[in-house]
Design a protein around this ligand. Structure first.
Ligand SMILES: O=C(CO)[C@@H](O)[C@H](O)CF
Length: 529
C-alpha cells in the first residue's frame, strides 16, 4: 500500500437512523465524512427513525434490510463525489446497531462473490434475504422466547453467567427463535444469519463475514468465557444454527481482502483489508479509548454507561460484553432508555424550553436538592423496569415538588445517581484514579456535567469526537490491520487527550453516598410493587 504515511482508513456506522462513513488518515484526522439518513434519503422504504413499527403489534419493530444495502451504495457514491482516493484506503471496518439480525437467502454467498461492478449492490442483492425486514434492537415482542432461553440453562442468573446478560427481548437469540417458530421456511432457507455488524462486513468482504465476539456477546447465545456458541442455547432457537452463524472471531480479525467489486467500481486497492465489524457500543468503547479507571457516560437519546472490566461480572441489570480491543478483557454496558428526551421534557416544563434557564435553575439549588429525589421514566425503562415519574421529598413520596428548580435538579441528580448505583453493581470502585469521560449531546452542558462529577466524586472529561461509534470503526480498521505489530494505544496515540471539564466539590461524597443508598431503597420498593 505504498508509503504507510499516506494510508487512509474507512469506518462506517450502520446505526438505527442513518449510515455514517468517515475516512481518516494516519494521524486519525477525519479527511471526509458522509451520511445517509434513511427516512429522508430513502423515503421509498417509509421508515420512521429508520424503523418499521408493526401497525397491529407495536412491540414488533424491524428495518428493511435492502434499505441498509442501498444506503451503502449512496454513501460510497457521496464519498466518490467528495473526491476520496479509494486506492489509498488500507483497511475498512464498521459498526452496527447491536442485536439486529440479517437472514441470507440460500445462494447469497455466490451472489456476494460474483458481484457485477457495473451495477448497484441493492440491484444485485434484491433477492438475497430470506427475511426482508430485519428484526432490530427496538423490538420487544419476544418475551416467550426469552423465557425458553432462561429455562433451558436454569434461570436468568445462569444465562447471565454464561452469555453476559439475562434474556432480553431485543437480543438476537430470542429474535432468531421467533423467526424459526413463526416463519420456519424463512429460517430453513437462511443459508447464513448475520448481525447488522457482520452483515456490513460481508458486503465489503464479498462473502458472509464472521460475527465478532464483542457484538456476539449481545445475542444471549455465546459463552463470553470460551467465546464459543452455547450448544444448549442454539438448540432452543433452531436446528443447524451453529452452521448458519459461523464461528465467532476476535474483533480485530482481518476477514480478507476487500471484494473485487469495490476495486473495479470505486478503484479501491486490491490489497485493502476488510476488518471484522462490531456493535455500535463496543465501537464507541474503541472510539473513546476507554481503559481501566475510566467510566464513559454517553448522554444521548438513551444514556449509556461503559466500563472496562478485566473480569466478567454476573449481573441481572446491564450487560457484560467481550472487549473489542483486548479479547481477554470485557466491557460493561448499561443502557437507559430515558435520557435526553426526559431532560428535554423537564426543560420544557420548568425552563420554558431554554437550556440557559434550565442551567440557572440547576445551579440555583444546592447539591442534595434539600433532600428531594426524583426518578423520571417517559418510556418503559430497561433498568429499573419502571415507567412514569416518581418524586420523593425528605418525608416520603410526593406528587409534585414545590419549586421548578427542585424539579430540574431532581431529574439530573436522579439520572446521575442511577448511573453510579448500577456502575457500582458492576463492581466499579470509585477512588482517586477514577475519571469520567462524557460524550453525547448533553456532554456540552457543563451544569449537567458538574452534577455528574459531584455524584461520582470524580473529574469529568469531554471528548468532542463527532460520533464515537463511527470513529471507533475507523480506528479499528487501522488497529486490525496492524494487530500484533502496533498496540491499540500506539495506534491511538495521535489523538488529543480528553479535555478536563469539571471536578467534584469537596462535600460531594458526603452528600451523594447517602443518596445512592436512598435511591436503591426507593427502586427496591417501587419494583417490588
Ligand atoms: O440495544 C442497544 C445496546 O444493548 C442499543 O445501544 C443499540 O445497540 C443501538 F443501536
Amino acid at each position: 500500500m505504498g508509503d504507510q504515511g499516506d494510508n487512509l482508513y474507512l469506518g462506517l456506522d450502520l446505526s438505527t437512523q442513518q449510515l455514517k462513513a468517515a475516512v481518516i488518515n494516519e494521524k486519525l484526522e477525519i479527511v471526509a465524512e458522509q451520511i445517509v439518513i434513511y427516512d429522508s434519503d430513502l423515503p421509498e422504504f417509509r421508515t420512521q427513525g429508520g424503523a418499521l413499527i408493526d401497525k397491529i403489534n407495536n412491540a414488533y419493530i424491524t428495518s428493511p434490510t435492502l434499505m441498509w444495502v442501498k444506503a451503502l451504495d449512496i454513501v460510497l457514491d457521496k464519498l466518490t463525489v467528495a473526491g476520496i482516493n479509494f486506492s489509498k484506503i488500507a483497511a475498512v471496518s464498521g459498526s452496527g446497531q447491536q442485536h439486529g439480525s440479517v437472514y441470507w437467502q440460500r445462494g447469497a454467498s455466490q451472489t456476494l462473490a460474483t458481484l457485477n461492478p457495473g451495477e448497484f449492490l441493492h440491484q444485485q442483492l434484491a433477492h438475497s434475504f430470506a427475511v426482508a425486514n430485519s428484526p432490530i434492537w427496538m423490538d420487544s415482542s419476544t418475551t416467550k422466547q426469552c423465557q425458553l432461553l432462561e429455562q433451558a440453562v436454569g434461570g436468568p442468573m445462569k444465562l447471565a453467567e454464561i452469555t453476559g446478560s439475562r434474556a432480553y427481548e431485543r437480543f438476537t437469540g430470542s429474535q432468531i427463535c421467533k423467526i424459526n417458530q413463526t416463519r420456519p421456511d424463512a429460517y430453513k432457507n437462511s443459508e447464513r444469519i448475520s448481525l447488522v455488524s457482520s452483515f456490513l462486513c460481508s458486503l465489503f468482504a464479498g462473502k458472509i463475514a464472521p460475527i465478532d465476539i464483542s457484538d456476539g456477546s449481545g445475542m444471549n447465545l455465546m459463552n463470553i468465557k470460551t467465546k464459543k456458541w452455547d450448544e444448549t442455547l442454539l438448540e432452543v432457537c433452531g436446528s443447524n444454527l451453529a452452521e448458519k452463524l459461523g464461528d465467532p472471531v476476535p474483533s480485530t480479525t482481518i476477514v480478507g481482502d476487500i471484494s473485487p467489486y469495490y476495486v473495479d467500481r470505486y478503484n479501491f486497492n486490491p490489497n485493502c483489508k476488510t476488518i471484522a465489524c462490531t456493535g455500535d457500543n463496543p465501537a464507541s468503547l474503541i472510539g473513546m479509548r476507554l481503559s481501566e479507571n475510566w467510566i464513559a457516560v454517553s448522554l444521548g437519546t438513551s444514556d449509556t454507561v461503559f466500563l472496562w472490566l478485566s473480569e466478567p461480572k454476573v449481573v441481572l441489570d446491564g450487560h457484560v460484553l467481550c472487549n473489542p480491543i483486548d479479547e481477554n478483557a470485557y466491557m460493561a454496558l448499561l443502557c437507559f432508555k430515558n435520557g435526553s428526551f426526559t431532560r428535554e421534557r423537564i426543560r420544557d416544563q420548568c425552563a420554558e424550553g431554554s437550556w440557559d434557564v434550565f442551567n440557572q435553575l440547576l445551579e440555583s439549588t444546592p447539591r442534595g436538592n434539600f433532600g428531594n429525589i426524583g426518578l423520571y421514566y417517559d418510556n418503559q425503562e430497561i433498568i429499573p423496569f419502571l415507567h412514569g415519574d416518581y418524586r420523593f421529598s425528605k418525608g416520603g413520596r410526593v406528587t409534585k415538588f414545590n419549586s421548578l428548580e427542585v424539579e430540574v435538579r431532581a431529574v439530573i441528580e436522579g439520572q446521575c445517581i442511577r448511573n453510579r448505583a448500577y456502575s457500582e453493581d458492576f463492581g466499579l470502585k470509585i477512588d482517586k484514579n477514577t475519571k469520567i469521560l462524557a460524550t453525547g449531546g448533553a456532554s456540552n452542558n457543563k451544569a449537567i456535567l458538574q452534577v455528574l462529577s459531584d455524584v461520582f466524586n470524580a473529574p469529568v472529561y469531554v471528548q468532542h469526537a463527532a460520533n464515537s461509534a463511527m470513529l471507533g470503526a475507523a480506528y479499528q480498521a487501522k488497529h486490525g490491520l496492524f494487530f500484533g505489530q502496533k498496540s491499540y494505544h500506539d495506534v491511538m496515540s495521535p489523538l488529543p487527550e480528553p479535555e478536563l471539564a469539571c471536578t467534584p466539590y469537596q462535600d460531594a461524597e458526603s452528600i451523594y453516598i447517602p443518596m445512592v443508598h436512598r435511591y436503591r431503597a426507593i427502586v427496591k420498593e417501587l419494583t417490588a410493587q
